[in-house]
Write a protein that binds this ligand. Structure first.
Ligand code: TRP
Length: 335
């Protein structure tokens, strides 16, 4: 708790460009939360280093992610939006918590196994301890709630296990975070293989809508979306995953229910429906893209918010870090 409000913590890796899936599944839902919660959102650049990054592109991507958070509607004066690497407490607590995490636990992480299989030439220790750094992110801010998708649930579980283990030895140091399940969060699937989640690392460019794609590109990608050989626009995730995904996307963007959408397109074919989804998505993203360009052009504004929020994050994080260091018996600084 900070004051009367519960603390909510989340973030995304600063790698590549965000997709429509990141936006509709996470970012868009974060926007409404700042009134009710004290919100911290990290640009998770330290986590990105578990894969090789090209330094200039990486720096650009991190700033782009910061601007996209703001362009999507997260007010940087009401939410603490900051760079993970600007708050050194993350790396420090990450180390300390490594000493309270077992190899066996980390070996069971499905994301580690998946990523190790995918990047067999670079199975580094950072990839292995990734969940410990993520636990440090969350615990430094004494977060009560963490909005995460299903793919991050196991990471939140290990965070809770580490925090509970630490508290059992040293007393009430960390708040044990709960997953935050949003009412409207949508899981957006690939446009080419609708059985799989839309992912920014997909090699097929037609599978993902990028947040910065222009209108023509968006419409073209939806036109090419994989569906089925029927003609009926009906929600059925098992038998019609492609059409169901399009219905979900259209539903989140327009606010219409699945049933309403089925009725609206009951006598149109797939072509007309795909076009409608493409146009609706393009219209939804237009203002965000315009705001994004404005933000990148206004260096002074963005830099001022980054500086302010870095300091706010440092203050909160250092308070927890000092407490942990003291509990562990590390010698206090001489003032
Ligand atoms: N691992 C998360 C992802 O890839 C990103 C992340 C890092 C995160 N630290 C976090 C998410 C802390 C929530 C809380 O999506």
């Amino acid at each position: 708790m900070i004051g009367e409000k519960k603390v909510l913590y989340s973030g995304m890796q600063a790698t590549g460009t965000l997709t429509l899936g990141n936006y509709l599944g996470a970012l868009k839902n974060w926007v409404g939360l700042s009134g009710e919660y004290e919100c911290f959102y990290g640009v998770m650049d330290l986590h990105s280093l578990t894969l090789r990054q090209d330094p200039p592109a990486f720096r650009k991507n991190a700033r782009s992610l910061y601007a996209l958070y703001v362009a999507a509607g997260l007010d940087p004066e009401k939410n603490c939006i900051y760079y993970q690497s600007h708050v050194s407490a993350h790396a420090e607590l990450g180390w300390l918590l490594c000493c309270f995490t077992y190899m066996g636990e980390l070996s069971r992480m499905t994301q580690f196994k998946d990523k190790a299989a995918k990047h067999a030439d670079n199975i580094n220790a950072g990839l292995y301890t990734y969940p410990v750094l993520m636990a440090a992110d969350i615990l430094l801010y004494q977060a009560d709630l963490v909005p995460v998708g299903v793919d991050q649930k196991q990471h939140l579980e290990i965070c809770r296990d580490i925090a509970t283990r630490f508290n059992n030895i040293f007393g009430d140091v960390f708040t044990i975070p709960e997953p935050y399940i949003s009412a409207s969060g949508a899981k957006i699937m690939s446009l080419q293989e609708p059985e799989h989640k839309m992912s920014k690392s997909d090699e097929n460019p037609n599978a993902t809508i990028l947040l910065l794609d222009d209108t023509d590109t968006i419409i073209r990608k939806f036109k090419r979306a994989v569906t089925d050989s029927e003609h009926e626009i009906r929600y059925d995730q098992e038998k019609k995953p492609g059409i169901s995904n399009l219905i979900d996307i259209y539903s989140v963007v327009t606010g219409k229910s699945r049933a309403e959408i089925e009725r609206e397109f009951s006598d149109g074919g797939y072509g007309a429906f795909k076009l409608a989804v493409g146009e609706a998505v393009a219209a939804e993203l237009k203002p965000l893209q315009a705001r994004y360009q404005e933000l990148l052009a206004d260096k002074a504004y963005l830099d001022a918010r980054i500086k302010e929020n870095d300091e706010k994050a440092q203050y909160t994080a250092n308070r927890t870090l000092r407490k942990v260091q003291k509990k562990l018996g590390l010698t206090e600084r001489i003032r």
